[in-house]
Design a protein around this ligand. Structure first.
Ligand code: SAH
Ligand code: SF4
Length: 377
């Protein structure tokens, strides 16, 4: 019998699992709290559990970890981890502290099938979905490691904001995503507020509707273009779910959402989608239709894309058009300049299948590369 990975289970599933072992619900709560709140993966150390339960857990369950390939720390406090998920694939998780909060950027897939033109993860293609346990492990690892390395006082937590903006399209891994979100939100798990857990999507319309019903957390939608012609080209999923359908789903989502706006992400690509005319078209597209904020992301270049980052003045002018139309607009600022990049770049390099395993191992102690990291302002 293969052991159950306890990180795969939300609290209800943990209760069902414990019931199968002949244990009451409060025992499941205890195990869940040991695991997520205290970061204890060793059943023998779960001191207030009966020895008989600890023995049963040891026989039937495990806490499955991911091998850490590298850790990069920036002078500004940003930390990036690269984990091995097997078959030469790696995923990345990034911690971004600021004065008010600690944000963790979490991956949902190894690679991505959507294939956006400006995204290095998309250029890799799709390898596989992460399991619930692999999604939760990123938070489990980051939270408990940071509590130690940052010397936090008892009860203080390191991560109070999670964004599903690492590698992959979370809404194309829906079955694994939802239990992971539940553990992030559960008071016996990480106790994060719904407003502080954000799912970012390129626009999987039916799954936006399901998320609204199953687990309405904050929603960010990667828009990148004001019309279908351009968006078809940049985000191929648009051919399946065009802008009008996407905006309608955003409107429906707001009925249940923990915030009263949708965040639209817009990657600024030189000469492609960044003119004042694009900004005006965007403003008239969303105004009176979806209460929203815009987050403009300076493009993070990579060689195969053939695309270039918009100059700063163009980004500012674009933001001004939106702001003058009454839309709150922020520009994502660059953090972690002295460590490896977000947006799939490092893992993208690792994922190349030729001798990937050897290079993964070689990198374990290798030096940091320097690529700027984009994070929310
Ligand atoms: N698949 C989801 C979430 C992961 S991508 C989505 O597309 O929303 C997270 C964000 O990073 C998205 O807004 C995406 O557009 C942006 N992004 C991807 N590649 C980028 C790049 N090279 N430069 C800047 N932003 C990028
Ligand atoms: Fe996938 Fe998001 Fe990258 Fe598009 S931007 S390829 S949806 S990870």
């Amino acid at each position: 019998m293969t052991a159950i990975n306890l990180l795969d289970l939300d609290l209800e599933e943990m209760a069902a699992f414990c019931a199968g072992l002949g244990e009451k619900r409060y025992r499941a709560v205890q195990v869940y709290r040991w695991l997520h709140q205290k970061g204890q993966a060793d059943f023998a150390q779960m001191s207030d559990l009966a020895k008989s339960l600890r023995d049963k857990l040891a026989g039937a369950a495990e806490v499955r970890t991911l091998a850490l390939l590298s850790e990069h720390r920036s002078a500004d406090g940003t930390v990036k981890w690269l984990f091995d998920v097997g078959s030469g694939n790696a995923i990345e998780t990034v911690f971004i502290p600021d004065d008010e909060r600690g944000t963790l950027c979490v991956s949902s897939q190894a690679g991505c099938a959507v294939g956006c033109r400006f995204c290095s993860t998309g250029h890799q293609g799709f390898s596989r979905n992460l399991t619930t346990g692999e999604i939760v492990y990123q938070l489990w690892f980051a939270e408990h490691r940071l509590r130690k390395t940052l010397n936090l006082a008892a009860g203080e937590r390191a991560v109070d904001n999670v964004v599903m903006m690492g590698m992959g399209e979370p809404l194309q891994n829906y079955a694994a995503l939802v239990p992971a979100l539940r553990t992030m939100l559960d008071d016996h798990g990480y106790g994060l507020s719904r407003r502080r857990v954000t799912v970012s999507t390129s626009g999987v319309v039916p799954m936006i509707d399901r998320l609204r019903l199953d687990c309405p957390v904050a929603l960010a939608v990667s828009l990148h273009a004001p019309d279908d012609r351009l968006r078809d080209d940049l985000v191929p999923l648009n051919r399946k779910y065009p802008i009008a359908e996407l905006l309608a789903a955003c409107g429906r989502y707001l009925d249940a959402a923990p915030r009263d706006f949708i965040t639209f992400e817009y990657c600024m690509l030189d000469g492609v989608n960044d003119s004042p005319a694009h900004a005006r078209a965007l403003a008239s597209l969303v105004r009176h239709r979806v209460p929203c904020k815009f987050n403009l992301i300076p493009f993070n270049p990579f060689p195969q894309s053939g695309l270039v980052r918009s100059p700063r003045e163009r980004v500012l002018a674009f933001a001004k058009v939106l702001q003058d139309a009454g839309i709150v607009t922020t520009i994502r600022k660059t953090r972690g300049d002295d460590i490896d990049a977000a947006c799939g770049q490092l893992a993208g390099e690792v994922q190349d299948r030729t001798n990937a395993r050897e290079r993964l191992l070689a990198r374990r102690d290798g030096p940091s590369r320097v690529i700027p990291l984009q994070v929310q302002a």
